[in-house]
Write a protein that binds this ligand. Sequence first.
Ligand code: ADP
Ligand code: MG
Length: 291
Amino acid sequence: ATPMSIMVASGRGAQAGVLFRDAAAIERLREVDTLVFDKTGTLTEGRPTLVEVRLFGCARAEALALAAAVERSSEHPLAEAIVGAAAEEGVSIPVVSGFEASVGRGVGGRVEGHDVVLGNARRMADDRVDVGGAHDFADVARTKGATVVYLAVDGRLAAAFALADALKSSTRPALRALREAGVRLVMLTGDSEATAKAVAASLPIDDVHAGASPQDKARLVRALKAGGARVAMAGDGINDAPALAAADVGIGMGNGSDIAIESASVTLLKGDLAGIVRARALSEATVRNIR
Ligand code: ADP
Ligand code: MG
């Protein structure tokens, strides 16, 4: 494309809330035939709320207090939901020491003399916590598209939390438009398979990959590229940064983390996927103009 047509596209993009890092990003977007996207914060609002608690020999206020104590040091959206729920229920949040986080798994620390761990099934397996007692609760919650995290106190299951995160209103129409344009749609999430499939079931999505670590996410993008696909990856989190960098076009959500935006070549300021539809149209118009 000519410098002039690139300038015009950049200007139109900016007006529509789509920022291109460089000319190459504008030109490459029209060739994309596969869009990979994260679930939490990309398809969904990224503001989960606590919808259900199952207790195992622990009072609700105590479970919320211990969970919120470790989550207060985390920036994960699930952490905000748990701290928010504790605050809302008037639970006073104790101090944590020795806080640690395992990316895509959960968090832990010492609270009031107890070892407290909060996270998904993989995190519980790492810590040899038996979550069998919460099996039915977790199954039902995931079928509804909720995310389940477990609370372990001194190595024993104390509570299970179900958290729900609503789809952005723009998600469904944007995915439909992309599917109609012939783009293959692939969900890539760190969440559980059952939750991912439940969310994907109501949307036009071709493929679902769940339980993915940040490295798994980047690997899948590279594998799709190696198979001949032209891949755009859209994501909002630190955990998406390696995949954004690995894609032909990395698309950061403007509502997301700075690291995701820095790893991307396109930023959607409004943080919704409708921007991809607009950006592709701009790319198409720009490149066609000069031929
Ligand atoms: P996504 O790909 O959906 O954005 P992440 O990679 O951020 O997900 O996290 C994957 C999973 O790891 C979450 O669904 C959750 O089960 C667990 N997890 C990560 N961080 C935390 C945390 N601070 N508290 C509880 N669970 C967490
Ligand atoms: Mg995310």
